[in-house]
Design a protein around this ligand. Structure first.
Ligand SMILES: *Cc1c(COP(=O)(O)O)cnc(C)c1O
Length: 447
């Protein structure tokens, strides 16, 4: 697997981006197609900004990942990380691909249940699950809660006993392995808020076996996101294997290891994380432990299955510098470039635009923040006011992170499937935006 982005290489051309995105293609007449659907058709009928997800890409990638695990001889239950894309239509497609759900809130748990994902395929992660959320998990009898602290373990035990329930728990361990990804998406080094420090895991496992209402069944690890090399996985899993052996040496049973998610994709030219290499790391380090294995993929499945369509509002010339291309999509729609300096491919929808003469531009949104920048000094074909573009790889951590900052309604969402397409969320209206706001009537009085 390749190293993270090397910005000394030139920006990939449209042709190079299409080569790494097999479900996108450029037709001389219809322009950019997602599966068989011309994206210009969607931009024309639905308007922009507009998210477009591909059912086919979701299905293929889910199958590819599960296939890699199977080919490595692993029996793995896969739980889609719902936070990557929680749209009901997306969750239903993935549940039809036999994926369960990894949820981090009560809302995500209910979304998973809403599309019929059985509770027995739901795991619940996160550092701050509230009592209300934990009671919901207990009532639903989900497969397992991934516990992140001693404090949380005690709260779960008390709640479960009070409800006369017993729930499977696994301890999420912080293996202190640096996934060498962006600081804001690294989760497995000592000192960040996630997981139980490695040395405290076994004592806590012992303690869990004594507490009522909880059944300690194993360990979980999730070291971060957009991981492209196999080394951090191997290092983390080796530490977990060591922990499983140490736990069993005390006569305590361990039947589950949850390997987390984090496999990366090719946004620019970094190459994508290989499911086969990931499966190989799991097999090499955990394959002979005789445990039930789980994975929690999010980005790898969903990111390449989505694009964000936008229009060029205007070109703003800058004396002596790169012109600004101002889009009608912004950081409130797609936050990743502002939040993580993320690089996303940008491809014109019209074939003629895509063939245009390249120039260096900065691509920005209209929101009143300097951080509202999609691309700085990017080599793109020359685009005029009104041109349409697709921002690639926005199917994960895209629409789910949108806000309505600057009173910008949430963008429409469309799903393509073969040669058909459907609106799966109409564009929010400004009236809906303020629909729940009230003027004060002074009707409540402080006691
Ligand atoms: C976010 C998250 C995932 C998914 O990460 P991806 O990088 O999207 O694969 C899996 N497990 C946990 C606990 C997470 O927080």
């Amino acid at each position: 697997m390749a190293d993270p982005i090397d910005f000394s290489t030139p920006d990939p051309s449209v042709r190079e981006l299409l080569a790494t995105h097999p479900d996108l293609s450029l037709d001389a007449h219809d322009g950019l197609l997602f599966e068989q659907v011309p994206l210009e058709t969607i931009a024309h009928h639905v308007g922009t900004p507009c998210w477009v997800m591909s059912s086919g890409t979701l299905r293929k990638r889910a199958a590819r990942l599960l296939g890699a695990m199977e080919a490595a001889g692993l029996s793995v239950s896969a739980h889609f990380a719902v936070k990557a894309n929680d749209h009901l239509a997306v969750l239903r497609i993935l549940s039809e691909c036999e994926l369960g759900a990894d949820v981090v809130s009560g809302g995500e748990l209910l979304r998973a249940r809403k599309v019929g994902i059985p509770a027995s395929k739901i795991v619940f992660s996160g550092v701050g699950k509230t009592d209300v959320e934990l009671r919901l998990a207990l009532e639903e009898r989900i497969a397992q809660i991934n516990v992140e602290s001693v404090e949380e373990l005690e709260i779960i035990s008390a709640l479960a006993s009070g409800m006369d329930r017993e729930i499977n728990i696994v301890l999420r361990v912080n293996p202190d392995v640096d996934a060498k990804t962006h600081a804001k998406i690294t989760t497995g080094v000592a000192g960040n808020k996630f997981g139980i420090p490695y040395d405290e895991a076994l004592p806590l496992y012992r303690r869990a076996r004594e507490l009522p209402g909880v059944k300690a069944v194993g360990y979980a690890v999730h070291i971060g996101s957009q991981i492209l090399t196999v080394a951090p996985y191997r290092a983390a899993y080796a530490r977990i294997a060591e922990l499983v052996r140490a736990t069993r040496a005390e006569g305590l049973a361990v039947s589950v290891v949850d390997c987390g998610g984090g496999l990366g994709i090719c946004y620019r030219d970094e190459g994508e994380g290989s499911p086969d290499a990931w499966a190989g790391a799991i097999r090499a380090e955990l394959g002979d432990l005789d445990v039930r294995l789980a994975i929690e993929p999010g980005r790898w499945i969903a990111a390449p299955a989505g694009v964000l369509l936008a229009s060029v509002v205007l070109r703003k010339a800058v004396t002596g510098g790169a012109s600004f291309l101002v889009l009608n999509a912004a950081m409130n729609d797609l936050l990743r470039p502002s939040l993580y300096d993320a690089w996303h491919g940008i491809v014109p929808l019209s074939a003629r635009d895509a063939m245009g003469k390249p120039e260096v531009v900065s691509v920005v949104g209209p929101v009143c923040e300097s951080g509202d920048t999609f691309a700085q000094a990017r080599l793109l074909p020359h685009l005029q006011r009104g041109a349409h573009v697709a921002i690639l790889d926005t199917g994960a951590y895209g629409a789910v992170m949108s806000s309505t900052y600057n009173a910008r309604p949430l963008a429409a969402e469309v799903l393509v499937d073969g040669h058909t397409w459907s609106v799966i969320r109409p564009r929010q209206t400004v009236e809906e935006l303020w629909g729940n706001e009230r003027f004060p009537d002074g009707s409540e009085e402080a006691a």
